[in-house]
Design a protein around this ligand. Structure first.
Ligand SMILES: *Cc1c(COP(=O)(O)O)cnc(C)c1O
Length: 307
């Protein structure tokens, strides 16, 4: 059986530096706006995806599993991060993809999954809805050898616990922590591991994203830091974007030399900036925005970007 130890980690978390953003960008309206660059950890297993996967992969290895099976859409950063992590740890990987049409014209993300050796298995949208159903998972798992199932988005207890480790990278001097939210797995894990006096703000990049509050409430500890979700900055909906968002990303890069991803971190920073301008933070606030990576998702708009 394989053994694991911390030194086998394929990612050095110390590479996630905190970068101050240019004060001119937020016009000195708050005491500080800095960014925790989780995007620097790895080109593909970037940002929060590593934290959600690390304990799942360790569990699979120590328990003698040979295959990791997980779920995602055709643009899923989680799917490609899982494929790359599985390859690095010499595990087989299987991706259950939402929608049969996804097989007809493979997205860059799915092509990358295949390049990392992931086997893709396309399901109808109706079948895919059963992704959390134990019977359906068993039926899929049985087709592969010693299969460990990770839910879509790494949304399980091990995923939340791994995400909680992001708290170790956050100094206590910050008053507000800002984080983009998809399944809210990272948000919930971080919320449960953060110091009490900090406030956690989540930015949902989809319409009516506050449906996630229910999901979060199910898994957050009864006591802990104050948290709040915002869904005002979806800019057209999940995966959609407006010309103003692309303009914002280019401007943000020119000022701060930080590339943002169009699905998550760009919308969060767009929202953070508007909140600052509208006076939603008092002037003593020290804000830390978490760059959760996902830059591979920009491949569809590279021609519009200056970075
Ligand atoms: C997946 C992803 C998220 C969302 O993480 P959840 O834990 O699902 O909420 C945020 N940012 C980026 C860049 C991502 O790829």
């Amino acid at each position: 059986m394989r053994t694991t130890c911390a030194s086998m980690d394929i990612i050095d978390e110390q590479q996630a530096v905190i970068q101050p953003l240019d004060a001119g960008w937020y016009e000195g309206r708050v005491a500080a706006v800095d960014m925790l660059r989780l995007d620097l950890l790895h080109a593909v297993i970037s940002g929060n995806k590593w934290f959600k996967l690390k304990k799942n992969v360790a569990y699979a290895l120590t328990n003698g599993y040979q295959t990791i099976l997980t779920f995602g859409g055709a643009y899923s950063n989680h799917l490609v991060a899982t494929a790359a992590a599985a390859k690095a740890y010499r595990l087989q990987s299987v991706g259950i993809v939402r929608g049969l049409h996804a097989a007809d014209a493979l997205t860059n993300t799915l092509q990358e999954c295949i390049a990392y050796g992931m086997r893709l298995h396309f399901e109808t949208r109706t079948n895919y809805e059963r992704k959390n159903d134990a019977g359906f998972q068993r039926q899929l798992s049985e087709q592969y050898v010693r299969t460990f199932v990770i839910p879509e988005g790494g949304a399980n207890q091990l995923g939340r616990e791994g995400a909680g480790e992001i708290a170790k990278l956050i100094p206590e001097s910050y008053t507000h922590i800002c984080l983009p939210v998809g399944t809210a797995t990272t948000f919930t894990g971080l919320r449960n591991a953060m110091p009490l006096q900090q406030v956690l703000y989540g930015f949902a990049p989809m319409k009516q994203g506050r449906y996630l509050e229910k999901e979060i409430e199910e898994h957050v500890n009864a006591s802990g830091p104050v948290w709040q979700l915002f869904d005002d900055w979806h800019l057209g909906g999940f995966g959609k974007h407006s010309p103003s968002l692309v303009h914002f990303m280019n401007e943000f890069y020119e000022i701060n030399q930080v590339p943002l991803d169009i699905v998550y971190t760009a919308k969060m920073m767009y929202g953070v900036k508007e909140m600052i301008v509208r006076g939603r933070f008092d002037s003593t606030s020290r804000i830390l925005c978490i760059h959760t990576g996902g830059l591979q998702g920009n491949s569809s708009i590279t021609r519009q970007l200056c970075f």
